[in-house]
Ligand binder design. Sequence first.
Ligand code: SF4
Length: 510
Amino acid sequence: MTTALVLGDQLTRQAGPLAAEHDVDPDRVLMVESRAFATRRRYHSQKLTLLFAAMRNFRDALRDDGWTVRYERADTFRQGFERFFADHPDETLVAMEPASHGAGRGLRDAVSTAGGDLELVANETFLCSPEAFDEWHAGAYDDADTYRQEEFYRWMRRRTGFLLTDDGEPEGGSWNYDEQNRETPPADYESPPLPTFDYGEHVGEVREWVEEAVETWGSDEEFGWPVRRGQALDALADFCANRLADFGPYQDAMVGGEWALDHSLLSAAINLGLLHPREVVEAAVETYREREDVPLNSVEGFVRQLLGWREFVRHVYRREMPDLADANQLDHERDLPPLYRDAGATDAACLSEAVGHVEERGYAHHIERLMLLSNFALTYGTDPRELTEWFHRSFVDGFHWVTVPNVVGMGVYASDAFATKPYASSAAYVDRMSDYCDDCPYDPDATTGDDACPFNSLYWDFLDHHEERFRHNHRMAAVYHHWDERDEDERDAVRERAAEVRRAARDGSL
Ligand code: SF4
C-alpha cells in the first residue's frame, strides 16, 4: 500500500503523487509539521506562519474532497514517521524529490530509521526536468561548468512555445525587452491596491504558536500572503488584471514607502506549490493576448523570471551543489553588519527602506535584493554564507535551492557559475532608479568626506582590492579607466573612507 507524503513546499494537486494522472494515485496522505524545522533557524515570523498555515489549509482541502489525511505535529520529521509507521507498518511513502540539495537523502534516512520505505518520484513543480536541462546543456556547451541564462531562456521559449510567432521566432522580433524596463514611475504614481484574503482559523492559530514557542525575527502584523490555492489563484488574477501592464517598465524601480509597486508577489505561492509556474505563465500570456494595454515588454519580462531565471537557477544549483553553497571566490570573510537585523540601525535611506520591507513583510523585490542588500554586502566584503543564511531565514519565498544560487552566484559573485562579472554598483544606480537619495543624509555624488554615500567608497575600494581579478575583464575595462584617472592621494582618500564606512557598518553607526 502507498501513502503520499506531502512536504511543505509540495502543496499541489497539479503535479506529483496527488495529480489525477499520476500512476501511484494513493488516496491516503501523510503530512508532518516538524517543530525542529521551525526552530532550526531564527526565521522571519511570517515565513513560518505562511508555511504552516498553508500546510493546514491544504490538509483541510484534501479532507473536504474525501482524502484520508494523517497530519502529524511532531518534534521532528522522524518522530512523525515513527508514529505513522507504528499504525501502518506495511505502507510505502511516495513524495516528489525535494529541490533542495540533500533533503531527499535526509528524508529517506528519517523514514528508514522510523522503519519504513520512501519512494521519491520526479519533482513536477518545475517546467524543465533535470534530464531535459542536462541534455540541453550537453548540446550547448563543451564545458560542464558553463551556464548562460539567456541561452537557456531562448531554448525554453522555443521548447514551450510561449511568446513565439508561427515561424518560431520571438514575438515582436526580440527575445528580451529589458531596455524598455528601466523606467521610474512619475511622482504622482499610485500603485494598485493589493488583494486581501479571508484567512479563517489557521493563520491566527499558527501565529499564536509561533509567537509563543519559536524565536523568530521580523513583524507579522502586515501578513498578507495567500495561504490556500484559491487565494493564490485570486492573487494571480489580481496581478494580471491590475499590475502586469506596468510591471515591465517599473520592475527595476524603487520608491520610498512602496514595497510592492507592480510586482506579482507570487513567488512564495509558487515555491510552496500553491501555483504551478506553467499556469502562472499561461495566465500572463493570455492577459497580454486579451488586453491591448498590456505591453509585450511587461509580459516578456515576467515570463522570463519564471521560464528563464527560476528554472535556470534551480538546475545550475542542482548540478553545482554541494560546492556552490561554500563558494567564496573573492575570499570575503566579514560578518553581516547589524543593519541587516534592524532597519532603524542605519541612516542610509535605501538600506533602511529595503531592510524595513524585509522586517515588515519577509519580502523585498528583486532589485532591492540585488542592487541594495546584496550589493552592499558584496562591496562591504561579507562572507557569502552569512548573507545566504540571512536571505534563507528572512524571505517568505526563500528555500535553499532559491537562496544559494541567487545570493552566491548572482548577488555576491562568490561563484562565477551564473555571471561573468559582479553586480557591484555605486550610488549612481540607486540615484537613477529610486527616490531614496532625495531623503538621505548621505550625498550620492560624493565618494569621500563624512557625508559621502557609503556605496561609492565601498564600490571603488572593492574594485581596487580585486583589481587583479577584474581589470582584464573586458566588461569592466571602463570602470578601471575611471579609477586610473584618480591620482594616488585621491585613491588613498577613497580607501580611508571605505575603511570608515566598514567600521561604522560593523559598529551599527552607519
Ligand atoms: S545617498 Fe547612498 S545611502 Fe543614501 S539613499 Fe542614495 S545610495 Fe543609498
